[in-house]
Design a protein around this ligand. Structure first.
Ligand code: GLY
Length: 395
């Protein structure tokens, strides 16, 4: 159905054995995360961690950018696994800030509304039945829907819909923001959200994913004719390369859309994207910031690795027991998780208030290079919670 072909997994022996990832090792890793959250709790009650650290230290920022939800989401994960009120109280207290952001339309001209409101508000509703949080998330879904272009069948990534530089530009990251729309349909009974999400994800699979199952970071569509135009990167090495985090967003996003739509083609493309990713991992299983690089001195992106682990866990849930690659994905995700736990956490840097070191926000933009990134911390935490429990996604 889509043009992407499957290159298979080339080095099966690399993923043949599951690592010795012990329950107590995971418990220790979670304890470390909780201790870092506790360390940050006062600082990041009325403020939020900066998207990336400076010298491994997050600074206090307002509720701007696309990233505050990752901190609030970590508080919800912490509440879920410990039952401790302090995490819930802080996360609930932050809802006011998300409410103001919508009311004042501060930095809301973005597809990232999904990241922001899924992790802060859908999570609150799913865990505690908070009606106000539910309404906030539905409002966010309404705003996200305003970014949908009917003829092209896509949600515009960034900026004003009439900005000529951004008009009709879709982005691979948006695969992670579609669950907000599917969920809004479930809550309201209105199909319009799901219709847009379903159409967008198919357009993403058709145009953002290339024939070799690698991904463009962004792709322009003609919103008047609906015709595809061209791919362009913002955070990757080049327009034709495969930005690691973009591939990880796709790897996780397609199986999530499958959970809501039941469309097997999305699971299939999720596998192809995963295979491409696994074929380009270095010896310690943590990808470089762009999959062009498979060895050498370029920086790793631990955040992409953490996203990919969560994505493979989601993918595995939906594959038949006899699927040839199911065991490989299971081993690969555990190998990555073990490598992150053994080599990439801020246990190595006691001054750091972050969790996962060695991520890259945007190398060509010169920001957050070899730093902690708050979404990396979130997905690493989610991965550990997934491995230790039958976790019900906020997504
Ligand atoms: N969604 C923006 C990023 O991954 O950097």
């Amino acid at each position: 159905m889509f043009k992407a072909k499957d290159e298979g997994i080339r080095n099966l022996s690399k993923y043949a054995d599951a690592p010795v990832l012990t329950k107590s090792g995971c418990e220790d890793a979670i304890q470390f995360i909780l201790s870092q959250i506790d360390r940050n709790l006062d600082t990041f009650t009325d403020r939020f961690p900066s998207p990336s650290s400076t010298n491994n230290i997050y600074e206090p920022w307002g509720n701007i950018e696309w990233t505050p939800g990752f901190w609030t989401g970590m508080l919800w994960l912490a509440y879920e696994i410990t039952g401790e009120r302090k995490y819930r109280n802080t996360a609930e207290g932050q809802l006011e800030s998300y409410k103001m952001r919508l009311k004042e339309k501060e930095h809301t001209a973005t597809h990232d509304l999904g990241f922001l409101y899924t992790l802060s508000s859908v999570s609150a509703y799913k865990l505690t039945g908070n009606e106000e949080a539910k309404q906030l998330a539905i409002q966010a879904a309404d705003l996200l829907l305003e970014r949908y272009f009917e003829k092209a069948g896509i949600i515009q990534a960034w900026g004003d819909l009439n900005n000529p530089n951004q008009r009709g530009r879709m982005i691979v990251d948006c695969c992670m923001n579609l669950p907000l729309l599917y969920w809004a349909s479930e809550m309201t009974g209105e199909r319009k959200y799901t219709r847009a999400a379903e159409t967008h994800v198919k357009q993403a699979a058709a145009h953002l994913i290339r024939e070799d199952a690698s991904s463009y970071h962004t792709f322009y569509m003609d919103v008047d004719t609906g015709e595809p135009k061209y791919g362009k990167t913002s955070q990757g090495y080049s327009d034709d390369s495969c930005w690691s985090r973009g591939q990880a967003w796709a790897l996780y996003g397609f199986p999530l859309s499958y959970t809501y739509t039941g469309d097997a083609a999305l699971l299939d493309i999720g596998q192809k994207v995963t295979n491409y990713y696994l074929n380009r991992l270095p010896d310690d299983y943590v990808c470089y910031w762009d999959l062009t690089f498979t060895e050498g001195e370029e920086e790793r992106d631990s955040s992409a690795a953490a996203i990919a682990v969560c994505g493979m866990f989601e993918l595995i849930k939906h594959l038949p027991l006899l699927d040839n690659n199911k065991r490989i994905y299971e081993n690969a995700s555990l190998l990555i998780l073990k490598s992150l736990t053994d080599r990439y956490t801020a246990k190595k840097d006691p001054c750091s208030n972050g969790i996962l070191l060695h991520a890259v926000y945007g190398k060509p933009l010169g920001n957050g290079i070899d730093e902690c990134c708050i979404w990396g911390d979130y997905y690493y935490f989610e991965a550990l919670v997934r491995v230790m429990s039958d976790w019900k996604p906020y997504w």
